[in-house]
Design a protein around this ligand. Structure first.
Ligand code: GLN
Length: 256
């Protein structure tokens, strides 16, 4: 008798735990009325801090999306390489961080339509002996951990990279640029718009002319969260079509 009571209470506890897990993973967003976006706020002009506030293209477009969905936008500022794991686990509803759509990432998360593009470029010190990307062999390269710039640079020379041993991964773009200024690396490979912003904000740096392929930026979601993905994507589509996204981009990126 005692055993049966115990079994029932264990089963009941298990059932409650399962129900809680279920709703936690599925409808946390709707329940709390929040849209939690993970980003890495060291990537101007897409996301950066102005005082305590995270501003930039992604932050503003995400706010417009949240408004359309009647949700309150909350931004979590984390390392770039924590974004996808956090989205996969359901800790964040979506990742928006100037994130390039790649086949490897598509195996882990789903992407929205693309809302912007980027190109990988190389920042060097103004007096650098590196004149073009042909001079990068054997040089010390800095990049942001987990980014496409890091992935390309650390690939083998046969695959067009420079070898992992020559690449240092930094937690974010700002730290990579600091390392370049301090002479710890000879160049930094990073997306073109943040590169421009960092060169404008720091003396003695310049960007090499490069012709890397154009990458598409998109918002990522957990594979199972197709419901939110569709809602966000519909909102994003409307915002692209009615010119709202362009307006935000133009505010932060002035034509050269
Ligand atoms: N576009 C690059 C990538 O997706 C860099 C993004 C970033 O550093 N925020 O890997």
């Amino acid at each position: 008798m005692k055993n049966i009571t115990k079994l029932i209470s264990v089963l009941a506890a298990l059932a409650i735990a399962l129900i809680c897990c279920g709703c936690g993973a599925k409808s946390m967003t709707a329940k709390e009325g929040k849209l939690i976006m993970a980003t890495n706020a060291e990537f101007p002009p897409y996301e950066y801090k102005e005082g305590d506030k995270i501003v930039g293209i992604d932050a503003e477009v995400a706010k417009l999306i949240a408004d359309k969905l009647g949700l309150e936008l909350e931004i979590a500022d984390v390392d770039f390489d924590s974004i996808i794991p956090g989205v996969q686990s359901g800790k964040y509803d979506m990742g928006m961080a100037g994130m390039t759509v790649t086949d490897e990432r598509k195996e882990k998360v789903n992407f929205s339509d693309s809302y912007a593009t980027g190109v990988q470029v190389v920042i060097v010190r103004e007096d650098s002996e590196i004149k073009s990307i042909d001079d990068l062999e054997g040089k010390k390269i800095g990049a942001q951990q987990g980014t496409t710039g890091y992935i390309y640079a650390s690939d083998t020379p046969e695959n067009g990279g420079y070898g992992e041993e020559n690449v240092t991964g930094y937690q974010n773009g700002a730290l990579a640029v600091e390392a370049l200024k301090g002479g710890k690396v000879d160049c930094v490979i990073i997306d073109n718009e943040p590169a421009k912003a960092y060169v404008a904000a720091n003396e003695g740096l310049k960007i090499l002319d490069t012709e890397y392929v154009t990458e598409d930026y998109a918002i990522c979601f957990a594979k199972k969260n197709t419901e939110l993905q569709e809602k966000v994507n519909d909102a994003l589509k409307e915002l692209i079509e009615d010119g709202s996204v362009k307006k935000v981009v133009d505010k932060y990126i002035k034509a050269d």
